[in-house]
Design a protein around this ligand. Structure first.
Ligand SMILES: *Cc1c(COP(=O)(O)O)cnc(C)c1O
Length: 339
């Protein structure tokens, strides 16, 4: 009998056997501990609870045809978590400690890595937060680093389906000199009103504009935005967006495929000139966009003829997923095998 119904796994939380935790105290990280509890004991005055000292990461491991488990560019997640920690004045998790923790947890939960060809993968969630008690506003003297894993189904169960997006001018996610460039929970809290308003209107998510001028595209909910025209992959440059590792990789793959690439400000009106648009991130890899509605300007931008994803988006998607699963050779050195 199979452990789980891999083909029908939701994109949600499923309990696994083990997680790993480590506590930073008196200026140093303690020995990582394996736990089989889904709960953590947390001080009621922890800064992570009161003042949002919390950062996280998300990455996926795939089972290959050869039975090997592959991790995609984990070093980038390690670096980004270090940057997020510094960004909100938390203790930094060194790269080796991050690596040891994720590889250990994946290895111990090996049976939860979905089989090759199921479309599902093992999602890895590293988490770092201030766990020491403070009442005044100051960085904690104690931190907890935790990694859990959970098998997740394919984001799009019935094949890739283009989504609709709503342009949001009523709420901002992050300011140019704020914390938008860090992967911290506070940015997600700040985005909830806009995301829920969009969902209530029947949209997949919201497109945030730059908070200062409201002229340029920032992010697509919790994902980066890209547009394609004239054989060019274009993605926003901004001081308030999270640098997506998926996006960085798509840029390189686009170049490999002979496309030009640009990272620059993308004015809202430019939406009218793109042939394809999409959102990208670890969860869905690429969500092609069928329609973007800008109610304040009375504009509707349409892509995806007959409801089908555009051909360049699909080419990029297929190539990246093939590298992640090990079906295509890893010419960039992005893959690490989990022994
Ligand atoms: C995590 C995240 C992304 C996607 O980044 P990936 O590294 O591709 O998973 C994009 N935007 C925001 C706000 C995020 O938090």
């Amino acid at each position: 009998m199979e452990l789980l119904d891999w083909k029908n796994l939701p994109f949600g939380y499923v309990k696994t056997d083990y997680n790993i935790r480590s506590v930073y105290k008196d200026g140093m990280w303690g020995k990582p501990e394996i736990s089989s509890s889904e709960y953590i004991d947390i001080h009621m005055a922890a800064t992570g609870l009161h003042y949002g000292q919390e950062a996280f990461e998300g990455l996926k491991a795939y089972m290959g045809k050869d039975g090997k488990i592959r991790l995609f560019r984990w070093q980038e997640n390690a670096k980004r978590m270090m940057s997020s920690a510094e960004g909100i004045k938390m203790a930094v998790v060194p790269e080796e400690m991050f690596r040891d923790a994720i590889f250990k947890v994946i290895g111990m939960n090996r049976k939860f890595v979905p089989p090759y060809g199921s479309g599902a993968s093992l999602y890895i969630r590293p988490l770092l937060f201030g766990s020491g008690a403070e009442v005044g506003v100051k960085p904690s003297h104690e931190y907890t680093f935790l990694v859990f894993v959970t098998p997740v189904g394919p984001y799009f169960k019935e094949g890739i389906k283009p989504v609709n997006m709503l342009i949001c001018r009523d709420y901002d996610r992050a300011a140019p000199l704020g914390t938008g460039v860090f992967k911290v929970g506070g940015n997600y809290a700040a985005s909830m009103r806009a995301v829920i308003a969009a969902r209530n209107g029947g949209y997949a998510s919201t497109i945030f504009l730059d908070a200062k001028e409201k002229r340029y595209i920032d992010e697509c909910g919790p994902a980066n935005f890209f547009g394609i025209k004239d054989n060019t992959y274009i993605t926003p440059k901004s001081e308030s967006i999270l640098n997506s590792i998926t996006n960085m990789s798509l840029i390189e793959i686009a170049q490999d495929m002979g496309m030009k690439t640009e990272r620059r400000q993308v004015p809202v009106e430019e939406l009218a000139t793109f042939v394809e648009t999409g959102a990208c991130g670890t969860a869905a890899v690429i969500s092609p966009i069928a329609k973007i509605v800008d109610p304040d300007k009375n504009m509707i931008y349409k892509y995806c003829k007959d409801g089908q994803p555009g051909k360049d988006s699909m080419k990029l998607y297929n190539k990246l997923v093939a590298i992640q699963c090990g079906d295509e050779s890893d010419t960039h050195g992005w893959i690490t095998i989990v022994e």
